[in-house]
Design a protein. Sequence first.
Lengths: 199, 474
Amino acid sequence: MALEPVPSVTGRAVFIPGADIDTDRIIPARFMKCVTFDGLGEFAFYDVRFDEHGVKTEHPLNDPRFAKASILVAGVNFGCGSSREHAPQSLRKYGFNGVIAESFAEIFYGNSTTLAMPCVMASPADVVAIRHAVEADPETEVTIDVQVLRVRTSGGLDIPVTMPDSAREALLSGRWDPIQELLDNDSAIYAKAVELQYV
Amino acid sequence: MGKSLFQKVWDAHTVGTIADGRTQLFIGTHLIHEVTSPQAFGMLRDLGLGVKFPQRTFATIDHIVPTINQDQPADPLAAEMIDAIRKNCDDFGVTYFDLASGKQGIVHVVGPEQGITQPGTTIACGDSHTATHGAFGAIAFGIGTSQVRDVLATQTIALQEMKVRRIEVNGDLAPGVYAKDVILHIIRLLGANGGIGYAYEYAGDVFDRMSMEERMTVCNMSIEGGARCGYVNPDAKTVAYLNGRPYVDMTDFSATAARWLSFASDADAVFDDIVKINATDIEPTVTWGISPDHGIFISENIPDPATASTPLEKASIEEALAYMKLDPGTPIKGVKIDVAFIGSCTNGRLSDFREVAKFIQGHKVAPGVQALVVPGSQIVAIQCEQEGLPEIFRAAGFEWRGAGCSMCLAMNPDKLIGDQLCASSSNRNFKGRQGSSTGRTILMSPVMVAAAAIRGSVADAREVFNLQTPAAVA
């Protein structure tokens, strides 16, 4: 099952403020009453984009200047809390192709990589620099370069970012969804099951 | 050089290494529920794959089950999800603890009580609170739905090995200080992101003395500290708890028990980090904000952004206080509550309800407060009934409900309304977590929830229930 390699993603970006943005915030639980992931995009960040009367808030995702953003910029521990894959699924379907943050929660990170959405970590100062760049000029093009682990902007920023070697390798080689590799080791799986007396 | 339990279990379950460098890890036990599994079965069907070891997956329903008339969800979407998991389990030959089985409940309550959760195993579930099962010396962690698919199709997942942090808590816990306070305190000290990349090993005499159910409370909230899994080494209590449970093979139990105990960390095991905490420092702990690491002792004041050490911390406190509608620098004790919730995979087991029932007799829930008690499983409910606990709760003005996740995440009809404030024994105080986008949550132990319900405001259970610290011996 050859998949498309993801050497880089490019697009406009939006900064979403706040530390510890949890997956309940990204996709509130009531929108998980479904048996497919279809249609989750419109509910991304729903409860912070709309107040209790359904009126749009001043959330950055409601700001028309950032309407075309496809790269999300955030602070520490982005995607913490629930393991729900509905969260990165909703971001993908909303139109995001990559995330830059100071740090990520582990389960969210793995889920995102499996959906071919690169997530890279930048220093707090560099996150501020990207934020200032895109807020000063929302048309700024931001590139997450997975190959060389840099984030570059059309305004001239060029900053180092990090990601686990395994995620980088998986994206670059088009192996971000590991199902085929796991299936291919069938005989080793059976051997392990027997060894562990699990069969 | 010795090995930690984590390393022993990891090594034993390693099938190989995939091309990106991650380990292909065998999953001994797979638990599924109705919210994160239907899409995984859909993917299997799309790919034309089967379930490799159907006997290694166990299913139940918990998130969307109503707690009144459990089997009659008024919500058609909830009914569709129940139908889907029933059909998926039928089609693929997976054991399913349905409502009619008498064994339904929160997946993290059902696994241990059935004896499915066993030491030295790997356990995965599409639910971040899977760390609960670490109480038995299992390496247990939450996974996404694509990984649920991977486990169904291959009984393995691709995973990066974690580092191990040993958290030692030694000393005596004062009366009124519970397992919940210990884990809230740990999360407060190490932060909601402190455990990223780590498995937490909980060690020290405090955990040695804890019951299995208390250990489950601690391990359950590992993810709230950023650690994907947390565990306690198996000991005689672990073995005694599992002895005779339905899914434990009793043919040569002493050999089984010896094998389980052999997974415990070696005395000379090396850890990536060690943290030491004094049990005597811990007081009943409550949250004041919107992250589980926003914890303070009941005797403390709500943080003041003016005293924050960094601009980021100041902004974070301001955001939390604006959402919580709380005043900086004022006592948390006395903050009025609207709802009290005792239940969840953190604190919805028999010992939780027993402990609260010891204190509430002769008390009444304050006027205007709705107090919900939700057992973690149908079996917990039956055990409580056998001990007469529902009558005690009802006499004190609590509503006794059917088993499920209920108001922990409010995917069923149990929800906060508007900006109601809930004293909750659950695990997350995130914005909107309890079903209203402006609803507010204060996390605490079940006994503290009961005290708050009775006072109508956040209260110190030690005062409400007259829990005395034993006088020092002269």
